[in-house]
Design a binder for this molecule. Structure first.
Ligand SMILES: Cc1cc2nc3c(=O)[nH]c(=O)nc-3n(C[C@H](O)[C@H](O)[C@H](O)COP(=O)(O)OP(=O)(O)OC[C@H]3O[C@@H](n4cnc5c(N)ncnc54)[C@H](O)[C@@H]3O)c2cc1C
Length: 330
């Protein structure tokens, strides 16, 4: 929706993207926002004309999908410490190293990879970003299962040879591309409020139909009402981000605020609803009596991930304080 028409989009801007993604999520339908909004838009800003004309139509058509290859076992929050190396050899780059939490690598066609190209430069400087076909020989993808049941991966890179033109943007300046993609990733992560809106609706319907003993309880009514306020706040923050994207800006402080608020709202929502239902809220989907077919237990286990995905909420608060409010780095 937001992409310019020259790249096969509709040129309609951030609000339309938000509405599309919001509606699809509400109805439980997939939408690969990460490839389209985070990686695709970053390629649009930093990629060469050849890269844009080759990759963008494929991303738009869903033929090219991305896993994000930033984090390493010793480089999470301190991402600039990453050690995966890319060394130029003739017309190719040779990649060696290890990534962790390369979510979706088992279902994506490509990895958006951050690798060190100059080990002697200051650590934020010697990093470059690449687009790598996941089928390239030398890449091993191993599953890591989260407590919520979803899969992420560790990926091992052994003499992985990719063409020279897989480098996106300026050599050794990949930190800026990665930061831009991460800012947009947080906008995507924050914009997950319609599934929470639906969660409230389903919970209220459930209580009315199955637990009429609870409908007059002041604690229940207050908890549900507070959750509704929180979810609408999250939606408003997402819309603020959409408005900034519409004006061609990359929301940094606003993306961080949106991601912090919506991820913590999700956790509060599941905790509150489980508390209301008591032990029944703990039942998982395999139990016949599980309320909402186990959705509360599943959501409660899965929701903490959003606190660390895309950068932890502690770090988002630092971004708000420093890049947003101009406070000195502590
Ligand atoms: C399920 C899951 C999926 C993920 N998917 C991806 C993915 O697809 N691609 C990808 O590249 N990465 C992914 N990540 C990685 C995620 O971005 C990192 O986990 C995150 O950046 C934190 O890094 P870390 O786990 O190494 O924790 P650490 O950096 O070791 O942090 C540990 C704790 O210390 C705190 N901390 C660290 N430094 C500071 C600081 N300076 N100020 C305040 N507090 C600080 C953190 O907030 C955190 O609480 C995923 C993570 C998870 C759990």
């Amino acid at each position: 929706m937001a992409w310019p028409e020259q790249y096969g989009g509709k040129g309609k801007g951030g609000f339309f993207t938000f509405i599309l993604s919001d509606e699809l999520q509400y109805h439980g339908l997939p939408y690969d926002s990460m490839s389209i909004t985070s990686v695709g838009s970053t390629i649009m800003t930093f990629g060469s004309d050849e890269q844009k004309s080759e990759w963008l139509p494929k991303i738009q058509a869903g033929e090219m999908t991305f896993a994000l290859g930033y984090t390493e076992p010793n480089a999470g929050t301190d991402l600039a410490s990453l050690q995966t190396r890319a060394v130029r050899d003739g017309d190719e780059w040779v990649i060696n190293g290890q990534k962790i939490y390369t979510s979706s690598a088992h279902v994506s066609t490509h990895v958006w990879l951050a690798a060190r190209t100059d080990p002697d430069a200051p650590k934020h400087r010697g990093i470059s970003t690449f687009v790598v076909d996941i089928k390239t020989p030398g890449i091993t993808v191993r599953p890591l299962w989260t407590m919520g049941g979803s899969r992420t991966n560790e990926t091992f890179w052994e003499d992985v040879r990719i063409p020279a033109d897989a480098l996106v943007g300026e050599l050794d300046r990949g930190w800026y591309q990665a930061s831009n993609a991460l800012d947009l990733e947080r906008v995507v992560l924050g914009a997950s409020t319609s599934r929470l809106r639906r969660g409230i609706e389903e919970f209220v319907d459930y209580v009315k139909a199955e637990r009429p003993d609870l409908v007059d309880d002041p604690f229940v009514r207050t908890s549900v009402a507070e959750t509704k306020v929180d979810v609408e706040m999250a939606r408003a923050l997402s819309l603020t981000c959409a408005a900034l994207v519409d004006t061609g800006m990359t929301p940094t402080m606003e993306g961080a605020m949106s991601k912090v608020w919506s991820s913590e709202t999700a956790e509060h929502m599941y905790s509150r609803f489980m508390e209301i239902l008591g032990p029944a809220g703990l039942l998982d989907r395999d139990e016949q009596e599980a309320p909402l077919e186990g959705a509360l237990e599943r959501g409660w286990l899965a929701s903490p991930i959003s606190r660390f995905g895309g950068g932890t909420n502690d770090v988002q608060r630092r971004i708000i304080a420093t890049r947003g409010l101009g406070l000195p780095r502590g």
